[in-house]
Design a binder for this molecule. Structure first.
Ligand code: ADP
Length: 349
């Protein structure tokens, strides 16, 4: 039995609800072996008692056989409260976690390519049209697209006198994106601890000023960046974006349960690419029908909107003019985003 062998054995123990393990998350703070007894010290931030219980059980499962008996394995878990007040399902914690920012709402998805960034951009625009001061932060280090969707890829953010990054402004929204820092072609090779550090810097060292709401466009999935975000700042809730077909819904379910594990309330589900309407008004449900509604009912969360497949929506995104900028009376898609934005718990403008 060596320290390396123990570390190796513990690398199969997942953080409940996430795809990453407790070793690569850096949660195992100490390992010692004395007289055949293995002692493992773990530190986690959670308010959910089931999380340490599960980790405790899984650590024993991984180590007992190697150590010869359960008595030879001591797992000590130090539990701290995550930052900010706990959110309640569909409700808000209400604590300011970023100075000057009243509400922070995360937009998440289980899978890539379901339209999460499109939804983030358009919700931010709809919230801004309600008269709110809105920020939008692209946390997707590996595929930032928000700068592109706001036609701001050629802009470079500057630093203020306190060395904080000043967000770019487009369509009245303050934007921060890895895309601004990397440019289009830069290889994105940040992984693991470096990704965690970038994300923390992103969240803490941007001079947002006074904002009514900050929308966070999370990367897809349930990995280390998501965990870093929920441990760094208090989220007021999360919106999960999915397409109607089962494979996307399975992953959306994983995202929902990840947020439940870290006590972040799900504000609702948005079903994107719900149907395509041809010029004669016939609707084709290319990815299946009603999946989002069924899932929302199953998970006990509201379905905030159904957004059809619309070539114009994609074109406007590519041109840096999100569709929600259009008059909702003339554009049903802009109206759908407005309706979803109105259902979010944000302060009045
Ligand atoms: P994600 O952030 O989930 O990876 P994106 O928002 O980048 O997804 O969307 C992926 C692609 O699909 C983009 O080209 C986007 O313009 C397009 N798209 C997203 N939603 C729609 C929609 N409702 N209708 C048409 N195209 C869409």
């Amino acid at each position: 039995m060596t320290e390396d062998a123990i570390r190796n054995a513990l690398s199969v123990v997942r953080y409940p609800g996430f795809s990453r393990d407790i070793i690569s998350f850096g949660l195992v703070k100490s390992i010692s072996i004395k007289n055949g007894v293995v002692a493992v010290g773990i530190e986690i931030q959670t308010r959910d008692p089931k999380v340490p219980e599960q980790i405790f059980k899984d650590c024993h499962e991984a180590l007992d056989e190697m150590a010869g008996a359960s008595e030879n394995v001591q797992v000590t878990i130090n539990i701290e409260d995550p930052p900010g007040a706990p959110s309640t399902p569909g409700g808000v914690g209400g604590k300011q976690s970023i100075p000057g920012v009243k509400r922070v709402i995360a937009i998440a998805s289980g899978k890539g390519g379901v339209g999460k960034s499109t939804v983030s951009a358009n919700l931010a625009v709809s919230l801004s049209k309600q008269g709110l001061k809105v920020g939008l932060c692209d946390c997707d280090l590996y595929g930032p697209s928000i700068a592109h969707m706001f036609g701001a890829t050629d802009q470079q953010p500057r630093a203020d006198s306190r060395e904080r990054i000043i967000p770019i402004e487009a369509h009245g929204i303050k934007l921060m994106s890895m895309g601004f820092l990397l440019g289009d072609d830069a290889p994105v090779i940040v992984r693991g601890p470096l990704a965690t550090r970038y994300t923390q810097q992103f969240l803490k060292e941007v001079a947002w000023g006074e904002l009514d709401v900050l929308v966070l466009d999370l990367p897809p999935g349930t990995g280390d960046i998501q965990l870093t975000i929920v441990q760094t700042i208090a989220l007021d809730g999360a919106v999960v974006v999915t397409t109607p077909q089962e494979v996307a819904l399975i992953d959306a379910r994983k995202a929902i349960s990840m947020f439940a594990k870290v006590n972040v309330g799900i504000l609702g589900l948005i079903e994107n690419m719900s149907w395509f309407e041809c010029e004669h008004g016939t609707r084709y449900h290319l990815f299946g029908k009603g999946g989002g509604q069924r899932e929302a009912e199953l998970m006990g969360v509201p379905l905030l909107a159904q957004i059809p497949i619309d070539p114009g929506t994609r074109e406007r995104c590519d041109e840096g003019e999100p569709v929600a900028l259009l008059d909702p009376v003339k554009s049903p898609i802009s109206a759908a985003f407005r309706q979803a934005a109105e259902a979010l718990p944000v302060p009045s403008g």
